[in-house]
Ligand binder design. Sequence first.
Ligand SMILES: *Cc1c(COP(=O)(O)O)cnc(C)c1O
Length: 361
Amino acid sequence: MSTKQRVYNFNAGPAVLPEDVLLEVKEELPVYDDIGTSVLEISHRSPEYTAIASSAEERLRRLLGLGDEWHVLFLQGGASLQFYMVPLNLLPRDGSADYLITGSWSKKALKEARFVGNPRVAASTESTQFDRIPAPGTYTIDSQAAYVHFTSNNTIYGTQWPREPETGGIPLVCDASSDFLSRRIDIDRYGLIYAGAQKNVGPAGVTVVLIRQDMLERRHQPLPTLLDYGTHAGRIYNTPPVFAVYIVEKVLKWLEHMGGLPAIEARNEAKAQKLYAALDASEFYRPHAQPDSRSRMNVTFRLPTEELEKRFVEEAKEQGMIGLKGHRSVGGIRASIYNACPPEAVDALVAFMKDFEQRYG
Ligand SMILES: *Cc1c(COP(=O)(O)O)cnc(C)c1O
């Protein structure tokens, strides 16, 4: 693999990975360390895999400042299975939990919770095509709620909570799939965080779940073995996605070398600012998200016609920029600029946008 063949990748997920990680994986694929075989061909109970998984866990703990009260799980089934696992474990049969609905993924989470009990919609921005995050003071939280579920970044619509929602002390449960480890968070506000790895921390096939001990203790019993968080806390129950965890470990190492969350947050902020500044400077491009709700991970916008949008995507591709087509439910353009997206990719996109507008605007 040579560097010059890699394009600028704006895919929403699975998405760009740090090139250094890919090269390291390539290098050690046939023979890992000194074991004479690849990491794909060893037991998940071997000392080598145990070391990889422990290292991934330790790096996560360092990056997020997780105390001993937090469990780190590497599960399968995607973020989508968490939509059901969360309420199955934590939604009281005779009680409630609050859901903040800011896009398609939140709606899916709500739908699964309804299989278990009676979740309450505390706020929804669907009436304005999910172009915003509910403003503080426009919604109230049920003081009896077992948890408050929110989607920190709305991958499809391109909105992001600027900070954690206020809950009056009720623990947050967060689907952080598309902005996990992209910025600092107030960890004490959370009871559980889940994230499919394939947007911001690795390849498809593993879902990171962080759960606090007191939440774990609160879960229903008994539950089907694999769907019970308790099965996975502190031990490996069945075969984990070994290769995906191995790559996640490398991405976390890369993130630590980059300077951790404060540094990546600054880099992400700068990338997003550049792109939004280009959008705001033009009448040709129309951003979907309201300014105070804009995502630093997925930047969504429209062009004057669908014809031009199609041409934009095609011409960008010819110039080495892929993955810019918006989600089918919103249309338009979406540039996903996750942690591993280099600033040069954004510079190239901004230059292309200016040129495209000059030619077609
Ligand atoms: C992609 C995505 C999901 C779905 O993840 P899967 O791993 O495919 O189940 C859920 N929530 C958000 C916010 C996402 O971006």
